[in-house]
Design a protein around this ligand. Structure first.
Ligand SMILES: NC(=O)c1ccc[n+]([C@@H]2O[C@H](COP(=O)([O-])OP(=O)(O)OC[C@H]3O[C@@H](n4cnc5c(N)ncnc54)[C@H](OP(=O)(O)O)[C@@H]3O)[C@@H](O)[C@H]2O)c1
Length: 291
């Protein structure tokens, strides 16, 4: 792996960090990272970069040759970032998606901080990192990273449900050999399937991009048991509609803002060697999140 950590001592040239995606204008990452950079007085600046589809490889050539310490990658480039890097962490190799790149000496190392950032966020809510029986809604890059982290944390059973059930089956097939004592079940997002999966679940995680654009209609709210915990990895000012409605029914529920902050804290530590608590990033994210 390419060594992470601060820029070489005595370096006076400012270094750049980035979030690359399409679109990226909505991203809270520049506000969080630049807030922390200013507070620490580091010679760094974090920029958003909107990359047209098909141009991500060309952008990485610039990152390799210019003054970058690394950056974040978001939709739709996480898979490409994993593929085009020189080295990758186990989470990236298994899940095939990277949200963090570390640049050193013209080479790129790919990491995925989404899964562990998610568990840090649960720990921050007082929910702990170990959850025996988990329902994951979605099978995209974020769901894969979270499933990997849950497997590593000792989860015993994951029910993976996705609009296209075949994609959920594929994720289970990829992760099963890595976690022999973790059992997987898969299915679609129809009401009956959800209802059955929710029975006895310790934790339900909403990892689809539904809720980003609008509300998840026909979600069987009544079938979420009060003894379950619900985490939506999508965030909105004041909480996503699902989180608000579940809380009103007495179900403990959290949205994706704490996860965003904790994955950022982990990325920042990889680039700079500075271990800043996720709560510091969370305070900057809350300040920047507009209603
Ligand atoms: N809080 C955080 O830190 C954080 C971190 C990462 C991601 N996220 C958010 O999590 C969401 C997923 O991210 P990702 O990287 O996993 O994206 P992705 O790889 O593009 O996956 C998208 C997922 O959403 C599902 N989906 C999309 N439209 C749908 C619809 N109309 N009905 C049902 N399912 C639908 C897809 O199902 P199919 O496979 O059937 O298409 C897939 O499971 C995004 O909203 C992203 O912003 C938040």
């Amino acid at each position: 792996m390419i060594p992470a950590g601060p820029p070489p001592p005595g370096t006076r040239t400012p270094f750049l960090l980035f979030v690359a995606g399409h679109p990226v204008a909505h991203s809270l990452s520049p506000a969080m990272h630049n807030g922390v950079i200013d507070r620490l007085g580091l010679p760094l600046y974090y920029i958003p970069v909107d990359i047209p589809p098909g141009r991500f490889g060309a952008y990485l050539r610039v990152v390799r040759s210019a003054n970058f310490l690394g950056g974040n990658v978001t939709v739709p480039f996480k898979e490409e970032a994993a593929r085009l890097s020189d080295t990758r962490s186990e989470a990236v190799s298994v899940c095939g998606a990277a949200n963090t790149l570390v640049a050193r000496h013209g080479k790129l190392h790919a990491e995925n901080t989404d899964g562990d950032g998610f568990l840090d966020a649960l720990e921050g809510c007082g929910w702990g990192r170990r959850h025996r029986n988990v329902v994951l809604l979605g099978a995209g890059g974020a769901a894969r990273g979270i499933a990997f982290a849950l497997g590593r944390a000792g989860t015993r059973r994951i029910v993976l449900l996705n609009r296209h059930a075949r994609r959920a089956e594929e994720v289970a097939r990829i992760l099963s050999p890595r976690f022999p004592s973790l059992s997987f079940a898969t299915g679609n997002l129809r009401q009956g399937t959800l209802r059955e999966a929710f029975r006895g679940a310790d934790l339900i995680v909403q990892c689809t991009s539904l809720g980003l654009q609008g509300e998840w209609k026909n979600f069987p709210l009544k079938d979420v048991e009060k003894s379950s915990r619900f985490a939506d990895i999508v965030y909105r000012a004041g909480g996503t509609p699902l989180v608000r409605r579940l809380r009103a029914r007495g179900v403990p529920a959290v949205d994706g803002l704490p996860m965003l902050a904790h994955q950022a804290a982990r990325s920042f530590a990889l680039w700079t060697g500075e271990k800043i608590p996720g709560e510091v990033f969370l305070a900057f994210a809350r300040k920047a999140l507009k209603p």
